[in-house]
Design a protein. Structure first.
Length: 317
């Protein structure tokens, strides 16, 4: 029997509904993935050998759970899976199939590899094979029967045969000198690299919902009632680019309308935009960053405390 791999992702998922488009963020349910291997559980050698055989022959089962028991349709799922040493050389060897055995669109991202063999090691030993791979796919889950105590589930099979089909509307990211455009098929977002703000345009099916004259921004009010807004992005980079999911990082600092920053520009923001194939929403992960000095003795006399006392922080739409 294959060992069980459980990863509970308790990060809230937020949707930007198409009609409101950023006007409301609604928390979604929690998904869990179970499959082979474990980072948290000790696995015996015999169990590992059984897992290796399963991967090469029948495949390894991944179970997607929605503890809330609600119906899920094309729900984005992201989860890491450990792979046996020396078994998989390239992500192109992997394929994900649904319960009926049909290949489903899946994006594989290599997270780490097993160390390469050196010296007089036998040829049978691993040589940079995949150790951890990140899977991105979209799952359908039926509603759990009443009373919904166990939640709804669906199973998928990770195999070393076949290839993953492309989604009907793959995510596209276009980078230019002045902007980064993200398209999911239903939704198009634009981030300008030379204008203050976080997201400067939002369109759904060609209809404009947010324009560059009134972009999405973050507003910080400190303890002295000074108002700061997200300034011109210092850095816009595509961290992940694939047909099922793309992640774009927007970084910058907070400034007043007069251009004054906080602690010489050390207080800023990180906004990660996660876009999913065919979906009319994106997931936003916003981080308030303070790179100022703590003010401890070991930092020296010339490094005063650069703490931040704030009254509020909000997204302005």
């Amino acid at each position: 029997m294959s060992p069980i791999f459980r990863t509970k992702n308790r990060t809230a998922r937020y949707r930007i509904f198409a009609i409101l488009v950023f006007l409301a963020l609604a928390a979604l349910g929690i998904l869990a993935i179970r499959g082979c291997g474990s980072k948290d559980t000790m696995v015996s050698s015999s169990a590992k050998r059984a897992t290796y055989r399963d991967l090469a022959t029948t495949g390894v089962t991944l179970t997607v759970e929605a503890p809330s028991g609600a119906t899920r349709k094309s729900e984005p799922v992201t989860g890491g899976v450990p792979l046996p040493e020396g078994r998989v050389k390239n992500a192109t060897e992997l394929c994900l199939r649904d319960a009926a055995g049909k290949p489903v669109p899946c994006q594989f991202t290599v997270l780490s590899r097993w160390p390469s063999s050196t010296g007089n090691a036998p040829e049978t030993e691993p040589n940079g094979s995949l150790k951890w791979v990140l899977l991105d796919f979209q799952a359908d889950l039926p509603a759990a029967p009443a009373p919904a105590q166990a939640g709804s589930t669906n199973r998928y099979m990770l195999v070393m045969a076949g290839s993953s089909p492309m989604p009907a509307h793959p995510v596209k990211v276009e980078n230019t000198a002045a902007a980064v455009m993200i398209e999911t098929g239903d939704l198009t977002l634009g981030i300008l690299t030379n204008r203050p703000g976080l997201i400067h345009s939002v369109k759904r099916n060609g209809q404009e919902w947010i324009a560059s004259t009134n972009p999405v921004s973050a507003v910080l009010v400190d303890a002295s009632n000074r108002v700061y807004r997200a300034g011109i992005p210092r850095r816009v980079v595509t961290e992940a680019r694939g047909p099922l999911r793309a992640t774009v990082l927007v970084q910058g600092e907070f400034v007043t309308d007069a251009g004054t920053n906080i602690h010489g520009g050390k207080v800023g923001y990180d906004l990660r935009i996660h876009a999913y194939a065919g979906q009319p929403y994106v997931k936003l992960a916003f981080t308030l960053r303070n790179d100022g000095w703590y003010g401890y003795r070991n930092e020296g006399k010339n490094h005063p405390r650069q703490w931040l006392f704030l009254d509020s922080l909000r997204l302005e739409l």
